[in-house]
Design a protein around this ligand. Structure first.
Ligand SMILES: NC(=O)C1=CN([C@@H]2O[C@H](COP(=O)(O)OP(=O)(O)OC[C@H]3O[C@@H](n4cnc5c(N)ncnc54)[C@H](OP(=O)(O)O)[C@@H]3O)[C@@H](O)[C@H]2O)C=CC1
Ligand SMILES: C[C@H](O)[C@@H]1OC(=O)[C@H](O)[C@@H]1O
Length: 256
């Protein structure tokens, strides 16, 4: 197994790409700390379902509530990894939100919320994970979920796309800062992946349009991204750091 004996954190692991990533990491042998937000915010069954899916593939797991926008959450996730599994080897910064909204009347609070969760959440959870990995002195792997939106715009995503470019840039910079510690830092850039984040936005017309633009002919599924995270987290990618992997079925390159 690619990740036998490894311990991983996945933020936003209750649904979508994060849940699929937690399951695939476990399928390849990792023990996983699953972070969820909704329970901290009033309750959700999604985290329990994700936990059950990880257990069903034979993985050890622990579910930890917390808002990644709070810098203390990263520290609590690391504490959980160490308390339950004794160490930390892999950090997946995945949690993110995209409440579609027009630019000209963007509420300040909404803008700040998206930046807090997507960019600050990635920054502070990555920092907490890196501190633990440096302390252990045996290297590690950090994978952030950026987006094709780091490279292209979205008229209803003016608050969101800069955070995804920021996450991409963060991985490049921490790859330099952490390389001497043997910690590899990369990002995946998913294209259009059907999850709760875009379920309402992906109207039949838009699905048709994407279907035509994507050379592989289909919208992505969370597991398409999750398998690439496993690759970047594993020894197979042992000489890969500061890189970004588009996981978009070819959508980005298909201009005409
Ligand atoms: N779907 C797509 O097409 C693409 C998605 N992405 C990125 O992938 C990542 C995952 O999105 P996706 O799976 O699609 O979306 P989902 O809406 O399905 O999942 C989002 C996850 O993030 C969690 N989350 C939201 N806010 C917070 C918070 N403040 N603190 C901790 N966790 C939080 C949610 O937890 P809870 O259930 O507890 O609310 C949930 O587990 C995001 O970063 C997104 O930007 C990138 C490119 C394309
Ligand atoms: C939420 C969007 O549908 C999705 O998020 C991204 O990052 C992609 O670029 C899509 O726009």
């Amino acid at each position: 197994m690619l990740l036998e004996g490894k311990v991983a954190i996945v933020t936003g692991a209750s649904r979508g790409i994060g849940r699929a990533t937690a399951v695939e990491l476990a399928r390849h042998g990792a023990s996983v700390v699953l972070n969820q937000f909704a329970a901290a915010d009033g309750g959700s069954a999604a985290g329990e379902e994700a936990y059950a899916e990880v257990r069903a593939v034979g993985g050890e797991a622990v579910l930890v509530d917390g808002d990644v926008a709070d810098p203390a959450t990263g520290e609590r996730l690391v504490e959980a990894a160490v308390a339950h599994f004794g160490r930390l080897d892999i950090h997946v910064s995945n949690a993110g939100i995209c409440p579609f909204h027009a630019f000209l009347d963007m509420p300040v609070d909404l803008f700040r919320k998206v930046v807090d969760v997507n960019l600050e959440g990635a920054y502070f959870t990555t920092q907490a994970a890196a501190r633990q990995m440096v302390k252990q002195g045996e290297g590690g792997a950090i994978v952030a979920v950026s987006s094709i939106s780091a490279l292209v715009g979205g008229g209803m995503q003016t608050h969101y796309t800069p955070t995804k470019a920021g996450v991409h840039s963060l991985m490049q910079s921490v790859a330099i800062a952490l390389g001497p510690h043997g910690i590899r830092c990369n990002s995946v850039m998913p294209g259009a992946i059907l999850t709760d984040i875009n379920r309402d936005d992906l109207t039949p017309d838009k699905l048709d349009h994407f279907g035509q633009r994507i050379p592989l002919g289909r919208i992505g599924e969370p597991v398409d991204v999750a398998r690439c995270v496993v690759f970047l987290a594993s020894g197979l990618a042992g000489y890969v750091t500061g890189a970004s992997l588009l996981v978009d079925g070819g959508m980005f390159v298909n201009l005409q």
